[in-house]
Design a protein around this ligand. Sequence first.
Ligand SMILES: C[S@@+](CC[C@H](N)C(=O)[O-])C[C@H]1O[C@@H](n2cnc3c(N)ncnc32)[C@H](O)[C@@H]1O
Length: 260
Amino acid sequence: MNSGMKSEFINEAVNAFWEQEACGTQESIIGNLPELSPAWFRQIEAYRYATEPYIHSIAQFTRHSGSTVLEVGVGAGTDHVQWARAGARCYGVDLTQKAIDTTEAHLSLYGLQSSLHRIDAETLPFPNNFFDVVYSWGVIHHAASPERIIAEIRRVLKPGGTFLGMMYGRHSLVACKLWIKYALFEGSPWKSLTHVIAHHMESPGTKAYTCRELKALFSEFSTVQATPIMTVYDRKRLPSWFCKWIPDDFGWFIGLQATR
Ligand SMILES: C[S@@+](CC[C@H](N)C(=O)[O-])C[C@H]1O[C@@H](n2cnc3c(N)ncnc32)[C@H](O)[C@@H]1O
């Protein structure tokens, strides 16, 4: 899967992209609510779990009360708040200062705490065998080297510890719609799904996988489950009668549960 992008430039470009605004805080979601206000955070949270209800079935926040949890790629901190509310000992990392500041403000709104670090998750500043749970929703596929992040996650997890998360699915309706728009309609039908995702999905160099590829990426774990999820982003602008016949296998999100 070669997107044609040089890996040494990817994380710099990824950082520049996500520094503009924390994930899930775009104007179409928050309207003109004042940034970082209680109403702003409440709207972000309400929108997130209305559009992505399956986050709760993968994360199962409240099952991990008392656990030591690391979130890789905290974004606006909405899931991080759920971990903290559930009574986990929280640690969070993100590539951008914007995400760290937003997450800090989000936690302090509810009097919650976490140890937050602005770092590239390709090198995690934690000892071996430290966490009960590592969680990462929609992050690892943005990195120059997802393999390195996954190896780091495994290193910091305790034996028997759990990884929970989501990565993008390549054989999905979202990827097909991108290909139609940026390959077929632009007269370049030879461009691959990998190419259009790398150049037209969020930050530069975004990757997407099949379930089989993800299982291979997590092959050093003792168990791994990859579950495709049909999302609102897959169904967007498509007739509901059509979507009804498309199985979840063609969903944009692949939920991941792995045991070290
Ligand atoms: C799509 S957002 C997801 C954020 C959050 N998990 C959510 O679901 O809203 C991707 C996040 O991953 C962070 N990120 C991307 N590459 C990273 C890396 N190499 N190390 C740490 N964080 C990274 C970005 O800064 C951004 O905040």
